[in-house]
Design a protein. Structure first.
Length: 299
């Protein structure tokens, strides 16, 4: 039995935010053969569950970059930022007028003036041309409508004072490179904080113990699967902790060169069903080969 951890955006999901039939069939085939397939994504639990339901997939998940881990309808681990970390990060982002979202155990929240902040930077003339050409630019700069998946607040203290609410991640949309460098420098001073990215124009801030590597470990422990029997498939910098943790790391064909170089294998792109190819060629075929070898040895 293996534990297969799949990133979502840029990996399982194609460039038009859909999961192709080939990937769905490969996931279900792996599950039918006894493997555990988990989603390990920067998305919120609500967003992941909605996507899985849309494609009739049933998988344990590690949401918000592995800070919220669920299996069999249970919360296995929640890694949250403490109030001092939250205040410090929010202050840096508010001072720079950055549009950001806060991922919590009670949904995703955003400042009420999110759209105004975004419009200010879009009108600034400081955004590099290559950002506009990125396939994720339109999706990530779309104004999030307040709903059960995206609630709003005036000041971060509202969230800190909300009973039972814990904050797992900040997702900041930073379109001006100079601002990004400045903010990373400021936020790096936050004690026990961890900064990652999932695109050229964002940063994500978690507790230092909250990352995809830890999410993979928690799930492996739950299913009693040795880390050497885990597989991680992804494409971005926030996938690096799970690549470093997994027994086998597989980079997507659309990943940046430094991601490909650090991984054991490289599959096809997310638009070429790279997840299905990796599962079929690098995992299931190897499993079948080992099963045949075992049967021959024990004849």
């Amino acid at each position: 039995m293996k534990l297969i951890a799949l990133d979502m955006d840029g990996t399982t999901v194609n460039s038009i935010n859909e999961v192709n039939r080939e990937n769905i069939l490969a996931i279900k085939k792996a599950q039918s053969m006894g493997h555990i397939v988990m989603v390990l994504s920067g998305r919120s639990p609500e967003s992941i569950h909605a996507l899985l339901q849309k494609y009739d997939l049933d998988c344990p998940i590690g949401a918000s970059n592995g800070t919220a881990v669920y299996a069999d309808g249970k919360l296995l681990e929640l890694t949250s930022l403490n109030p001092d970390q939250v205040r410090s990060v929010a202050l840096s982002l508010d001072n720079e007028r950055i549009p950001y979202k806060v991922y919590t155990n009670m949904g995703v929240y955003m400042p009420k003036d999110w759209k105004k902040r975004l419009d200010e930077v879009l009108d600034s003339g400081l955004i590099p041309d290559e950002h506009y050409e990125n396939e994720n630019f339109e999706r990530m700069t779309r104004n999030p409508v307040e709903s059960e998946l995206a609630l709003s607040f005036n000041h971060i203290e509202e969230l800190l004072n909300k009973e039972g609410l814990e904050i797992q991640k900040f997702f900041a949309l930073i379109l001006v490179p100079e601002q990004k460098h400045r903010l990373i420098s400021n936020i790096e001073s936050v004690k026990d904080g961890y900064i990652s990215t999932s695109s050229p124009f964002n940063i994500e801030v978690m507790h230092m113990d909250g990352n995809k590597g830890n999410g993979l470990k928690v799930m492996a422990d739950y299913f009693d699967i040795p880390l050497e029997d885990t597989v991680a498939i992804g494409d971005e910098n926030n996938d690096i902790p799970m690549f470093e943790t997994a027994g086998l790391s597989i980079a997507m064909g659309n990943a940046k060169e430094h991601i490909k170089e650090m991984c054991d294998l490289v599959t096809l792109t997310n638009d070429e069903n790279g997840v299905a190819y990796a599962i079929e060629h690098y995992i299931l075929k190897e499993t079948e080969k080992n099963d045949r070898k075992y049967m021959m040895t024990n004849v």
